[in-house]
Write a protein that binds this ligand. Structure first.
Ligand code: FAD
Length: 629
């Protein structure tokens, strides 16, 4: 039943009239304004992240394969006149105010002459979408590259697990109205099959992280009704691992669970925690657990991620010396927090830098944070000196002391506890905690034979993520795969990549023969500022900066000869998402054309849109919709 009235507010509902500028969106993000208005943000920043994972479902007659559970017959829709939509051009979006609060906004967008309305908040982290980029019917979240169809809310790109609710629009007497349910901000889950006990097929997934969870969900989304067993050596189900370093001091992984237990129960996903696998037998199709029990499989997915490298040096086994990979590491590190805490972090790249930022921006009275690394500039290896320098200055401005071109020689202790760190140049730093963020190696030690490994210990897979054993697949941090852009093998340690590989592995487990062809994307967030990166390079020979390093507003292109291999963006709004899409479609120009300014990011967007259908959400033909055999 619909109420036939226009909502009355103290202030009239006023359209913003045009698309938010990317600048204002990022200004909002920096200032935390969107966070104040959203339930879906970091608890450490004053928000309840748990609510974002609440996964409420809408009472919707789904146009697409979304869940329609939790029907609330009594739900009353409100009809609201949308003003200002006349100013919307084709391919433009705007946020439209539908309530009195700052966050009471929906997204209005125009595609093929029709106006669509949907949630303005990304289902991954609640980031507003209006200021980002719309490519055909696909709106891309400015923060983490999640993408949704504006037509039916379908979640196309990781890290979104859920879709967005869409709202019906209609015209009456020359006016445009939108029908809005009371819980218009809730995310919308893609429809999934449940377990059918008569189906005796069994897929076993080793590793319950990003890739493992994504694979299990994709199996159910593809109507697979057989058994799914996830074996994880952690004591909790999948959680957002990327927050461990960003909210190291104040965070609690129990609040970051990606799905609650009732989700696993409902969809018949047997998620076995504290179940460490110690062997795989590809002859008998069995995995052996640490307690000696075995679990047989028809198809096996290995998704055991990586574990931090722990250097061999004097004092490494003292209490207070840590690495950071899982929630248990975080809990141990947090147990040391006290006023006047002295932290020494070895490694000035992603994990070390984010951990340093978490300590430096915490409320710990008198905290001292030192970062030690052999490089000359933070992030030098991953991002180069120029971009690394911008981040390093951010750290310095926030009180972090860098000891670069230097290394940890020895850790001194008293009573079994770390107390000091001796550097290669003889300098001594006081330390209550020593944290090593010095790289990750693939966790494949439980594989003895029958599955081919690469030189770094990762699992070699083909483009279908299949290992040398034909019914065994691998995905995420452990997989070395042929990167379709260069043909060379790559091993990528990014969250979105793991989710996407889990998805593709699941499709191929179901026999769909879909090659993995995603463009890598990651972000790092420090001091409330994000750097985003697309592409993959190990051997760039030049970095071209478009914008200003001093003003911390730029896109850096990593090039080799005339090829743009990767790009990093800081405070450049949606540009990185356009570059990624151009990379995906093979539309990137020569490096010299970017350098001499003859091609801009806006030109790239025009090129993308000049290929009708190339960027549209793939929901109609998407492999996700194909039924399993
Ligand atoms: C602190 C931190 C911050 C990060 N921040 C970012 C970021 O900002 N952006 C980004 O893109 N990426 C980030 N990453 C990287 C990202 O988290 C990983 O790329 C991603 O988690 C990889 O997913 P995965 O499923 O391959 O492995 P994982 O998420 O590591 O999951 C593997 C699981 O398998 C379990 N396991 C291992 N061995 C066994 C065994 N023998 N038996 C059973 N279970 C086993 C592990 O305990 C783990 O639970 C971060 C990583 C860390 C550690």
């Amino acid at each position: 039943m619909f109420t036939r009235r226009v909502l009355q507010f103290k202030k009239p509902a006023v359209s913003l009239g045009r698309t938010f500028s990317t600048r204002s969106t990022f200004a909002n993000i920096r200032a935390g304004a969107f966070m104040r208005s959203s339930r879906r943000v970091l608890p450490a920043l004053g928000f309840s992240l748990g609510a974002f994972y609440g996964m409420k479902h809408l009472n919707y007659s789904s146009k697409f394969r979304f869940s329609t559970q939790m029907a609330e017959a009594q739900e009353e829709f409100k009809e609201i006149e949308v003003t200002g939509h006349e100013n919307l051009g084709e391919g433009e979006m705007m946020a439209f105010q539908v309530g009195p609060k700052d966050g009471d906004k929906i997204l209005i967008a125009k595609y093929q002459g029709k106006i669509y309305a949907l949630s303005n908040f990304c289902s991954h982290f609640g980031v507003p979408l209006a200021g980002s980029v719309l490519l055909e019917d696909k709106v891309i979240c400015p923060a983490h590259n999640a993408a949704f169809s504006i037509v039916d809310g379908y979640p196309e790109y990781a890290p979104a697990l859920n879709g967005l609710p869409t709202y019906e629009t209609y015209e009456k007497d020359g006016k445009l109205f939108v029908k809005l349910p009371p819980n218009y901000k809730a995310s919308k889950q893609v429809d999934m099959a449940t377990r059918d006990e008569s189906n005796k097929a069994r897929v076993v997934i080793v590793g319950g992280g990003a890739a493992g969870l994504s694979a299990a969900e994709t199996l159910r989304q593809s109507d697979y009704t057989g058994e799914i067993i996830i074996l994880s050596d952690e004591d909790k189900t999948a959680y957002d691992r990327t927050l461990l370093s960003k909210v190291l001091v104040n965070g609690d992984a129990d609040k970051w669970l990606l799905r609650k237990q009732d989700f696993f129960d409902k969809y018949g996903i047997d998620f076995r925690t504290s179940s460490k696998v110690k062997g795989v037998n590809v002859e008998s199709n069995e995995v052996t657990l640490a307690d000696g029990t075995t679990v047989s499989y028809d198809k096996l997915l290995l998704a055991t991620g990586g574990h931090p490298k722990r250097p061999i040096l004097p004092g490494i086994d003292l209490e207070g010396v840590y690495t950071l990979r899982n929630a248990s590491d975080q809990e141990k590190i947090k147990s040391h927090v006290k006023d006047g805490l002295k932290v020494v972090i070895a490694g000035a790249s992603f994990i070390g830098f984010e951990a340093a930022a978490s300590f430096a921006s915490s409320k710990i009275e008198g905290v001292q944070v030192h970062v030690v690394d052999m490089v000359n500039t933070a992030f030098e290896g991953a991002l180069g000196k120029d971009v690394g320098g911008v981040l390093q200055k951010l750290g310095e401005d926030n009180g972090v002391k860098f000891h670069l071109s230097n290394g940890v020689k020895k850790i001194h202790g008293e009573g079994g506890k770390a107390t000091k760190v001796e550097l290669n140049n003889g300098e001594i730093l006081d330390a209550d905690i020593v944290l090593f963020g010095t790289g990750v190696q693939p966790t494949t030690q439980y594989i003895q034979e029958g599955i081919e490994l690469d030189r770094d210990g990762s699992i070699k897979v083909n483009p279908f993520l299949q290992t040398s054993a034909s019914n065994v697949y691998a995905a995420g941090d452990i997989a070395s795969y042929p990167y379709h852009v260069t043909g060379a093998r790559a091993r990528v340690e990014h969250w979105n990549h793991a989710l996407q590989q889990g998805e593709i592995a699941a499709f191929n487990i179901l026999g769909k023969d879909i090659p993995y062809d995603a463009i890598p994307f990651f972000w790092t967030r420090n001091y409330m500022k994000s750097l985003q990166y697309v592409g993959y390079t190990r051997d760039y020979d030049d970095v071209f900066v478009d914008g200003s390093l001093e003003e911390q507003k730029f896109v850096a292109y990593y090039t080799k000869g005339e090829k743009i291999q990767a790009a990093a963006a800081f405070n450049r709004g949606a540009d990185i998402h356009i570059i990624k899409e151009a990379m995906r479609l093979g539309l990137l120009p020569k490096a010299s054309e970017i350098k001499d300014g003859s091609v801009t990011v806006q030109d790239l967007k025009a090129k993308i849109l000049a290929k009708p259908g190339a960027s549209a959400c793939r929901r109609k033909s998407c492999c996700r919709n194909k039924k399993s055999s």
